[in-house]
Design a protein around this ligand. Structure first.
Ligand code: TPP
Length: 266
């Protein structure tokens, strides 16, 4: 933390007696500034996760898996232990942690390059085995950290640094719909897709993540929440335009909603 930020913080008055605190940093986040780019929603999704953990009072039981990608630094921001996993292998590491310590609540936080490309086998088998873990899957339709290459989730015709003429589905196939695919597996207890581009979407994202943790606490099986996000820098958009693009274009291709809920299945 830079001295300048600490000095600014010191000037912020603490709540006075008689004043009610209506909003504060969740206890599950450290007092560390996010380093994500403008227009990136990793920070907002971190906040959703932290608030859900605080509400469930499970911070002391949490163990997180940090992916390879922009959000590898998740371990800086959350106030509980994290393991930094090799690219795409977070579900395999999470499996080992949960089996060794069944009382732990295990979070695997992964991007779309990480989960749907190099880690496609790990996620399918962890889901199929019904591992008692919760995956938060950030779908920003691109490889963010390495410069905006095409991901398995890039939209049809989408221009990326490795598809300058747009994603050609005759060569690269159509975007992978991860939660729809995983929801066909019997080990999956809960699979939902939400969007992080607007406040309404973030409220639903937090609700979905909380439900996923609750299902894990009840030992119902594998849980996953896919969150549609933007990567303003690599799609060469302003933060505002990037959010609008997620709301319009990504939400058209990737329907939000619940794809599997074991409790609704009678
Ligand atoms: C085995 C291996 N292959 C490739 C890389 C390079 N690499 C680092 S981050 C990344 C892309 C991550 O993209 P995504 O999972 O979508 O996350 P984002 O950065 O968009 O949040 C890649 C390919 C690596 N670190 N390790």
């Amino acid at each position: 933390m830079s001295d300048a930020i600490n000095e600014l913080r010191a000037e912020v008055p603490l709540p006075q007696e008689g004043f009610e605190v209506v909003y504060q940093r969740p206890h599950s986040l450290n007092d560390t500034q996010f380093t994500y780019c403008p227009g990136c929603q990793h920070g907002q999704v971190h906040l959703c996760i932290a608030e859900a953990i605080d509400e469930l009072e499970i911070k002391d039981r949490m163990i997180g898996m940090a992916p390879v990608g922009c959000s590898v630094f998740a371990y800086w921001f959350f106030d509980f232990d994290f393991i930094s996993c090799p690219h795409g292998r977070a579900p395999a590491v999470a499996t080992g942690i949960k089996r060794a310590d069944p009382e732990a609540i295990v979070l695997s936080y992964q991007g779309d390059g990480d989960l749907a490309s190099i880690g496609a086998a790990e996620i399918v088998h962890a889901a199929n085995r019904g591992e008692q873990i919760t995956v938060v899957f950030i779908n920003n339709a691109i490889y963010g950290m390495t410069g905006g290459q095409m991901a398995p989730t890039s939209l049809e015709g989408m221009v990326t640094s490795t598809s300058p003429r747009g994603r050609d589905v005759s060569i690269a196939g159509k975007p992978i719909h991860v939660v729809e695919m995983l929801s066909t597996l019997s080990g999956v207890a809960y699979a939902e897709r939400t969007t992080a581009h607007d406040p309404k979407g973030l409220i639903k994202t937090k609700k979905a993540i909380k439900k996923a943790f609750e299902y894990q606490m009840e030992g119902l099986g594998f849980t996953i929440v896919e969150v549609l996000c933007g990567c303003a820098i690599n799609t060469r958009r302003t933060p505002k335009d990037s959010a609008a693009w997620v709301g319009e274009e990504m939400n058209k291709v990737f329907q939000v909603g619940v794809f599997k809920d074991i409790k609704e299945e009678g």
